[in-house]
Design a binder for this molecule. Structure first.
Ligand code: 5RP
Length: 218
């Protein structure tokens, strides 16, 4: 199986996590695209979806799945999303697709975060994947100076603007042995909207696809 086939296997396994008649939280990315395509097959058994990006919203709408906003509801039973890296404590790096802020917001409203990944995403220590941070444009230079002081190498994601009209800076070379501590400290930098560490609100369930099948870890 190639990586995309593994992503699809993890994504389709997540359909079993969805509660009948519920609103589903939907993440962003190529793994989630498989989930959305699968969700279309059970769209009559859910009330709708809260989406974490314009791209996922378009795909959901194309499948005729009703979109709901967070103004309409006060919780979501299950949020399904991928990750760029996930460790054994279910802390994640997210934001490779640049949707980290809305993903973090929707995840915060969810009772359960179901992470769908191919096995290459499971790591002992987060940080080989550059950590994305979403930044208010006028703060770019100052935030880059602050991030350098953390020991990483910040690089602007060229030509990319988030759904919220902001920039993404990818921080290379961080060995993240304290994900919660780093998430907290990055949250203190003025000008950063969101950092891509999902440690305080990590995943509750990991559906991990390997060539011999999908394992449910919780
Ligand atoms: C988007 C994300 C994605 O979940 C992450 O980048 C994984 O993407 P993919 O499923 O395409 O490998 O955080 O902002």
């Amino acid at each position: 199986m190639n990586q995309d086939e593994l992503k699809k296997a993890a994504a389709l396994a997540a359909l079993a996590e969805i509660e009948e008649g519920s609103i589903v939280g939907v993440g962003t990315g190529s793994t989630v695209n498989h989930f959305i395509d699968g969700l279309a097959g059970m769209r009559d058994r859910i009330r709708g979806a809260v989406s974490s990006s314009e791209a996922s919203s378009r795909r959901l709408a194309d499948h005729g799945i009703p979109l709901v906003t967070l103004d309409d509801i006060d919780h979501i039973p299950v949020y399904v999303d991928g990750a760029d890296e996930i460790d054994h404590g279910f802390c994640m790096i997210k934001g490779g697709g640049g949707a980290l802020t809305r993903e973090k917001i929707v995840a915060a409203v969810a009772r359960r975060f179901v992470c769908i990944c191919d096995a290459s995403k499971l790591v002992d220590t987060l940080g080989r994947f550059p950590l994305p941070v979403e930044v208010i444009p006028m703060a770019r230079a100052q935030v880059m100076r602050e991030l350098t002081a953390f020991g990483g190498t910040p690089k602007l994601r060229e030509g990319f603007v988030t759904d919220n009209g902001n920039l993404i800076i990818d921080v290379h070379g961080l060995a993240i042995d304290d994900p919660k501590g780093l998430e907290t400290r990055l949250n203190q930098i003025v000008g950063i909207v969101t950092n891509g560490l999902f440690a305080h609100r990590g995943a509750d369930v990991l559906l991990l696809a390997r060539a011999d099948g999908v394992t449910r870890l919780a």
